[in-house]
Write a protein that binds this ligand. Sequence first.
Ligand SMILES: [Zn+2]
Length: 441
Amino acid sequence: MPCRTNALYVHPAINVQRRKVTYKLYPTAAQAERLMSLLRAHRDLWNAALEERIDAWRKARKSISYEDQCASLTQLRGELPEDWATMNCSSQQVTLRRLDKAFKAFFDRVKRGQSPGFPRFKSIARMPGIGFNGHGDGWRFEPNLANEGRPDNFGVVCWAKHGTLRLQGVGHLPCRGQARAGGIIKSCELLHRRGAHGDQWHVSVTLECADADVARERTAHHAMAADWGVSHLLTIARTDGPHDEVIEREDNPRWYSSAAERLVALDRAVSSKKRGSKNWKKACARRGAFKARLARKRHEHQHRLSARIAARCSVFATEKLAVANMTRSAAGTVEEPGKNVAARSGLNREILDTAAAALLRKVAYEVRETGALYLEAPTRKLKPSQTCPSCGAVQKKQLRQRWHCCHLCGHEEDRDTAAARLVLRWALGTLDCGQELADAA
Ligand SMILES: [Zn+2]
């Protein structure tokens, strides 16, 4: 089906990238009921398809493919018209495809010698949502348009806040949210969340957007490098003119650590109730709502921080993270018991509380979106926390040593600041420390 509105959004740009925009949905009570029954139908489809795969293997050692299941879906739709044929076929295929992916991921991990969990039968609570492909195939998203849909000076129709989602079998759903830029609508996902105030629905729309056409001078004058840490979330070294470096620090809000007491109390409330009882369900909902609120706060804070960074730099560099290594179980394994178990596990909690990977992912995404460069320094070769930014001498530091004091040139400063400075010089190519590092770049 041709897309009437989309033709307006094609932007004469070379690079195209995919972005997701999430809108909150406001269904009426009747629509919410229909959305729930849609979700239940998809859960049933998932469970039936999973059972089919398990049965086929158990009885005949036969593995069933995604294509097989699509064929039986078509047959089923013919046989049970009142139930299934009213549902969107390609979104059912998305659910089958997800099951297929779950199986592939499972077998991949088995092959790599890991011990993954087998794909699960799902309850409604474990069913995150329903995917849709092909705009116009059972759904259509219509954003509100700026200037009543008139193109601006560049011939682009801009999206305003909010919009409407039309869904087959459900109707028109008002959407609340805002895309940073419009694009060609590709696919969407209905997301179901159960909050303290009942069911909530969101739609995450995938757009194909033109790369930001913000012209940026990629000069060293706007380079930034960040070192991530626990005491300060980010220590940023940035250039200020051709010869100066400025250091900025972002505090670590410690969302989870500061809420630890409340979380323990909520956990205790759950475990003191009889499992499955009315009060147990209430306590679970309270705990879930509290955790969701924390997660939202952190998400919001990370977004603000990364947007602020992206708005100001043309080059952003940071060291490659390996959170999994840093937070490897403090207790260790049976063969290799860990040292300083209490201290290590406390630090692990602190490290995980910064959600460094999620933060840097957002920074990378937003920095690239503005057309700037995002660089990852090779941690192993550069050793940002061990190397002197002034003379390049390498000196081993323990994790608790928070001060850098060079034994060669006498350069002294805070450890995180030294690391950020080093990464900045690496990014600018002005690091003076021999061949090995030059190769690493
Ligand atoms: Zn030095």
